[in-house]
Design a protein around this ligand. Structure first.
Ligand code: HDE
Length: 731
């Protein structure tokens, strides 16, 4: 048990003390590792018996005076706190951020201008709709919230893995969330948008169409948190030392590329391992495969505010990277798992209003509403106004002010004075002039009449949705169409389905007709847009006419995942099916070739534990065909050897390889292992050679180095989505 001193407001009040590390700050109150310690009550009284309650005789009634029992049970009864109303399901990690070179031409923020500085970060990834215990692989937006513990205070970049949002005004957020959460009468379905209330709301909110394209795309079912982009969504401001402001959009670019799973795969992962993404992040960091992202900035000069046609303040729009390139300015590395899920991942409190000098807000009405919501929600979730004192939320910058008391106050404030101005305490703590680092809000000129309305420039709902759809590769478009068929197919009210298809017709006619066909709806040639019920009954009619502001043919390659496959298979996992007396040399060659690229070959046997190869060596199968499934791996290889022939009589093995093939993964086999592929009706070429037109099926008479290298190369090319048309009826 380590004990540190508890800081007080009086400490270091004269002049800023040097910044401390996050760990120092978090450990300032007691940490407990339990090593060699005596069991005590919360009052520190040693406990002699933690096995039985105090009773009047061995068979007698329990006694109320058992203070140890009452304290233990009371604490247990209060262990749960309210889960987050959104983003309840999350996983997090610690890390560091460093800027490549000073960005003082844009911002005065220390963590962006000092290239020698390593800024600690804590990052929490999440889904939005599901409860704390829901599956990781729900079709949903992923939260991507980063807390930078900078020397000038905490900066929270509370973003998502999609660059736009469903709604334009914060007032609609409770409606959106009520619609997507399980329906209130029966609490069904959990962590899913495929139900009537969600699509009812969406079909009446044309502004959500761009975001719907993202949520129905493969971005909503990521392969790993480590392989997702992140976006700040809103337009923010960067302000330099001279006080000049520029607009900025924040991006995170994952160095492992962007990868997703197939929808059928996502649903199966939810059953086989609903902690799939949490486990993936945890294991990668434990194994030293530290995930990395580059911070990207899109900078727009103040004079160009109106240069784009769409409004920079509208969070349903993105700035195409082709119009304003993303400058990669620094790198974030996640390198430490939390010590305790509750203390850190659950209690971390992000707030879009946590900014540091050099970063400021825009007038985006969604952003403005969030500035209220995040502190408010912590008051109920974390129980009071002192949540900033919870170790994970503490700044590493010194903190002094005249705020006092409140539930669970940890800090012991000394002295007579808790107000300002004062003469009794030398006005400590003192205000910081701008030159000394004081936060000064950017003096944006503002005028206007009070009104509940949106800018006319917000009423283009379809052109960026169209740009997104048309920028997808053909397989991605097919996935998106199928996702809509799935979601709307689960909607029971025909009018909602039809209304949605009418919106899709405004986006792209192929999209609309193909989705409509899947729903048994016939569409006339010309379909007019459904009414926009998100506007007030007596609103300004002219302003609410839909208007396309972007060129109908514009496409942006950066919106397709296909452009992000980096050609690396680092950290990927390959299931190698092994039966007794398997081809030891072939498997060794494969494991070696994978390891050379940073990937892992893992043995899956008929049972877990020891298994011998044909050369008599003893190996360990970490998994059996019962304890795992191919949806939990990136590729599958069936090792040859006399025992491999038995696989073709095992239904679970057949499903294992069949699923991998169906999900367009690299599938390989050698020798007798090929029999399993044949049993699963996976096409292999004549005489066991490679299947025609399927570069991702690797078969060979014997496992060799050359076979291993072909396997690795095929994996690096990414999923072979072109396999899909042969597996399914045309849409
Ligand atoms: Fe949030 N959001 N949000 N949100 N949000 C919360 O804060 C809210 C929005 C995002 O890992 C809550 O501490 C409103 C956009 C993330 O702890 C709450 C509006 C974006 C997280 C809240 C939005 C986000 C939250 C719930 C519309 C992407 C998880 C628990 C105006 C840019 C942070 C909490 C974590 C969490 C409110 C819209 C991202 C209730 C009112 C847009 C990543 O305060």
């Amino acid at each position: 048990m380590a004990k540190r001193r508890v800081s007080s407001a009086a400490d270091g009040a004269k002049g800023a003390a040097g910044a401390r590390s996050v760990k120092d700050t978090q450990l300032e109150i007691e940490t407990k590792d339990g090593a060699g310690a005596t069991l005590t009550t919360n009052q520190g009284v040693p406990i002699n018996d933690d096995q039985d309650t105090l009773k009047a005789g061995p068979r007698g009634p329990s006694l109320l005076e058992d203070f140890h029992f009452r304290e233990k049970i009371t604490h247990f009864d209060h262990e749960r706190i309210p889960e987050r109303v959104v983003h309840a399901r999350g996983s997090a990690a610690h890390g560091v951020f460093r800027v490549y070179e000073s960005l003082d031409r844009y911002s005065r923020a220390g963590f962006l201008t000092d290239a020698a500085r390593e800024t600690p970060v804590f990052v929490r990834f999440s889904t939005v709709a599901g409860s704390r215990g829901s599956t990781d692989l729900a079709r949903d937006v992923r939260g991507f919230a980063v807390k930078f513990y900078t020397e000038e205070g905490n900066f929270d970049l509370v973003g998502n893995n999609m660059p736009v949002f469903f709604i334009q005004d914060a007032l609609k957020f409770p409606d959106l969330i009520h619609a997507v959460k399980p329906e209130p009468h029966n609490e069904i379905p959990q962590a899913a948008s495929a139900h009537d209330t969600f699509w009812d709301f969406i079909s009446l909110m044309p502004e959500s169409m761009h975001m719907i394209m993202w949520v129905m795309s493969d971005r909503a079912i990521p392969r790993s948190f480590r392989m997702m982009e992140g976006f700040g969504v809103h337009t923010f401001r960067l302000v330099d030392t001279r006080g000049t402001s520029r607009f900025v959009k924040f991006h995170w670019k994952p160095l492992l590329g962007v990868h997703s799973v197939a929808w059928d795969e996502a649903q199966k992962i939810s059953g086989k391992d609903s902690d799939f993404l949490r486990r993936d992040l945890w294991e990668a960091i434990e194994g030293g495969d530290f995930p990395e992202w580059e911070l990207g900035l899109q900078i727009v000069e103040e004079k160009d505010e109106f240069a784009f046609g769409f409004d920079l303040l509208d969070p349903t729009k993105l700035i195409p990277e082709e119009l304003v390139p993303v400058q990669r300015v620094g790198k974030m590395t996640l390198n430490r798992n939390p010590d305790n899920f509750f203390a850190e991942t659950e209690q971390v409190a992000f707030h879009i209003g946590h900014v540091v000098p050099g970063i400021d807000f825009s007038n985006d009405p969604l952003l403005q509403g969030r500035l209220f919501s995040y502190t408010d929600t912590q008051l109920i979730r974390l129980g009071g106004p002192n949540f900033h004192e919870i170790p994970i939320n503490r700044p590493i910058a010194p903190m002094h002010n005249n705020q006092r008391d409140g539930h669970m106050r940890q800090q012991i404030d000394r002295g007579q004075v808790s107000y300002q101005p004062n003469s009794l305490g030398d006005n400590d703590p003192a205000q910081a002039p701008r030159a000394a680092g004081g936060y000064v809000t950017y003096p944006q000129a503002t005028e206007g009449t009070k009104i509940r309305a949106r800018g006319e420039s917000f009423f283009d709902h379809y052109s960026q949705a169209r740009m997104f759809f048309r920028s997808q590769s053909q397989p991605e478009q097919q996935h998106l169409i199928k996702a809509l068929r799935f979601e709307l197919g689960k909607v029971e009210t025909p009018a909602i389905r039809r209304r949605m298809v009418e919106h899709l017709a405004q986006i792209d006619s192929m999209l609309a007709t193909t989705v409509a066909r899947g729903l048994g709806i016939e569409l006339p040639k010309k379909v007019s847009a459904p009414p926009n019920l998100s506007v007030p009954a007596d609103g300004d009619k002219k302003a609410h006419q839909h208007r396309d502001v972007m060129d109908r043919d514009i496409v942006s390659a950066a919106l397709s995942i296909a452009g992000f496959v980096p050609g690396s298979i680092a950290t990927r996992k390959v299931a190698i099916l092994v039966a007794p007396r398997f081809d030891g040399a072939g498997v060794a060659a494969l494991v070696k070739a994978l390891a050379a690229e940073g990937a892992k070959g893992q043995l899956v046997g008929p049972v877990v534990g020891e298994i011998k190869s044909d050369d008599g060596d003893v190996h360990q199968a970490g998994f059996s065909i019962l304890t795992t499934a191919s949806v939990l791996f990136d590729a599958v290889f069936v090792a040859g050897g006399p025992g491999a022939a038995d696989w073709s009589s095992e239904a679970d093995a057949i499903e294992f390889v069949r699923d991998a093939f169906k999900h367009c993964k690299t599938v390989g086999a050698s020798g007798e292992g090929i029999r399993l592929l044949e049993a699963a009706r996976i096409p292999v070429g004549e005489g066991g050679g490679p299947a025609p037109a399927d570069a991702a099926t690797i078969v060979a008479a014997k496992g060799t180095r050359a076979v291993a290298q072909r396997f690795v190369k095929s994996m690096a090319d990414g999923r072979l989505w072109s396999r899909e048309p042969a597996l399914h009826l045309p849409l």
